[in-house]
Design a protein around this ligand. Sequence first.
Ligand code: KIV
Length: 275
Amino acid sequence: MSAQNQVRRVTAPDIRARKGGEPLVCLTAYDAPMARILDPHCDLLLVGDSVGMVVHGLESTIGVTLDMMILHGQAVMRGAKRALVAVDMPFGSYEQSPEQAFANAARIMAETGCQAIKIESGTYAAETIRFMAERSIPVIGHIGLRPQAALADGGFRAKGRTDAERQRVIDEAIATAEAGAFAIVIEGVAEDLAREITETVAVPTIGIGASAACDGQILVTQDMLGVFDWTPKFVKRYDNMAERTDAAVAQYASDVRDRSFPSQREVYTMKRSDG
Ligand code: KIV
């Protein structure tokens, strides 16, 4: 492909510039073929640490490693040519110090070629975001329900139900934006809180279970495609992939048992006549 024909990749400043504009379309991706399908429709693909639960069958995201994120990040970068690809920093890879976060983020970016990283950003993370952003790492924050804090929080719980908690989420948003994140994922908060945050911060907010009051939306792709029996209440299912796959595999099993396949002679004849 010549340089002229190359598709221009969405950048962090492009996403930043969408504040208050056309809503950002974002989904998670973990592998190359799915990234290829999602890419033309999405502004941003997130290699979320949800990969641990969605793909590897873990109970939470706590067991996800840097090596896992890099492997999946490389695969998604091979499939996606246009969307900005952001890779999640897993639990334990950034909380210790800004220096630890920078070294691991730089490794993710160098080894995957992704355009940004995301960290879960309680107010404690502001110094780390600033340290990385000042050193040319495009950072997305993640506030509200923070899955990596689920054990400490006693589960995956919506946030902002009390006045104190509501203020804490607003503080997280302001600290994350002022520290230099170019976008913020808001997870699991009520519409009025999402709206207040979106009106308060200067960078785009990307909601998940946080209403349409955000500057964009993200979902776990397998949730919206209906891969699992259970999905969070806020997820609209656009397909029933589990049922369709089950039916297709049942048909395959039946064909195998009935020996209902083209004979090898037919296959080779077809190939020859195809040229
Ligand atoms: O890990 C993930 O997939 C995420 C999204 C749900 C925002 O953080």
